[in-house]
Design a protein around this ligand. Sequence first.
Ligand code: SF4
Ligand code: SF4
Length: 98
Amino acid sequence: MPAIKVLKDKCKGCELCCTACPQQILSLSDSINSSGFRFAVVNDPHRCIGCAICAVSCPDLAIEVYAEGTVYRFYGARARNKVQPDNVKPDNYMKEGV
Ligand code: SF4
Ligand code: SF4
């Protein structure tokens, strides 16, 4: 089953992921992180389809997506590979075993 992990101390509570999620299962927490921001939480995790749109939408690299034995950190991979924003392709996903 796909799942996501929000790295809550990286989150600034911008809600971009909440808006982008096609399943509408993300929202902001009632509590705050170490920087004083409300952070994204998953409300209904079993409805996650592992599409990674939330991770792609996050400007702060705060979401990891776990799907089919792979963890996707889209923007993190882009930064590490120094891929230019206009040259981003799906195969620029970084894959790691989980
Ligand atoms: S992977 Fe897709 S369905 Fe799952 S929380 Fe992210 S945007 Fe929503
Ligand atoms: S897009 Fe990133 S920084 Fe913004 S609320 Fe979602 S996880 Fe937090």
